[in-house]
Design a protein around this ligand. Structure first.
Ligand code: SF4
Ligand code: SF4
Length: 257
């Protein structure tokens, strides 16, 4: 696994912060530069956040998404639940308006995929198919287990992540569609390519924000949701409410309350 997170060599100041923050110690020093060992990295992004020099760079997929849209077929966005925090409380309707200006055919919350996945977790609990279930929603956790705790692999739920489930669902409803997942995590780039098919491309919120800025599309023009106001149901998505909690600690269990 290489190329998702790379080092801008000229910017590294040998402060060792990234090494101290890396949970699996997959960063080596060579010629006074930090280097990520791709086979050992779990793409958690902690070194990216810790680096005071901004020397770590996430692979930029904006141009490949532009090319996908320029290809002519409909391209749908799947937005991770944290979009609302990243874009100042905007709801999916506001995000979709902005994304349509970039050429997307539509946008939906990844929580639609979480609602599908939740049913599979419900069934696993009902059937008592595993004594211990580790959620397979986070690709960094999956990589951690696969690379460092292989004995725990059988405990991983044999269930798609909400991102992959949503990508498949969009393609089922729109057979000629291509899909782009947009969220906060680097590891989703690896997941989308490792399990190729449901999701064609991925962007981080940072990439999306830069793209909107380049096109002079300001989210400030979009209304914010008022405190306590419910997200409007557009009629396109199945019930998703609580499944927006999936990425939070204990979130899957809370959807089952
Ligand atoms: S945290 Fe950044 S500047 Fe410090 S050693 Fe790592 S890459 Fe270099
Ligand atoms: S992304 Fe995470 S696992 Fe990979 S090198 Fe950075 S801190 Fe280590």
């Amino acid at each position: 696994m290489t190329g998702y997170l790379v080092l801008k060599t000229s910017d590294c100041k040998n402060c060792y912060k990234c090494i101290r923050h890396c949970p699996v110690k997959s960063i080596r020093f060579e010629n006074n530069q930090a280097h990520i060992v791709g086979e050992e990295c779990i793409l958690c992004g902690r070194c990216f956040v810790a680096c005071p020099q901004n020397a770590k760079e996430i692979r930029d997929d904006m141009e490949s998404v532009r090319a996908l849209i320029a290809g002519g077929g409909p391209v749908y966005a799947s937005l991770a639940p944290s979009f609302t925090a990243n874009y100042g409380g905007r709801d999916i309707t506001a995000m979709e308006r902005a994304l349509k200006k970039l050429g997307f055919a539509g946008a939906e919350e990844t929580a639609v995929g979480a609602a599908i996945v939740k049913q599979q977790y419900d069934a696993m609990l009902r059937n008592e198919s595993q004594d211990v279930i580790i959620s397979s929603c986070c690709p960094s956790v999956n990589l951690l287990i696969q690379k460092y705790y292989p004995a725990a692999v059988p405990m991983l739920a044999p269930v798609l992540s909400p991102m992959l489930a949503h990508g498949m669902d969009i393609k089922r409803r729109h057979p000629d569609a291509r899909t782009v997942f947009i969220g906060p995590c680097i590891s989703k780039k690896d997941e989308a390519e490792r399990y190729a098919g449901p999701v064609d491309k991925t962007l981080t919120f940072r990439e999306l924000s830069r793209w909107l800025e380049q096109e002079h599309i300001s989210m400030d023009e979009e209304p914010r949701r008022k405190t306590g106001e419910r997200t409007p149901q557009t009629g396109r998505e199945p019930e998703r409410g609580l499944t927006r909690l999936f990425p939070t600690a204990g979130g899957i269990l809370r959807t089952m309350a």
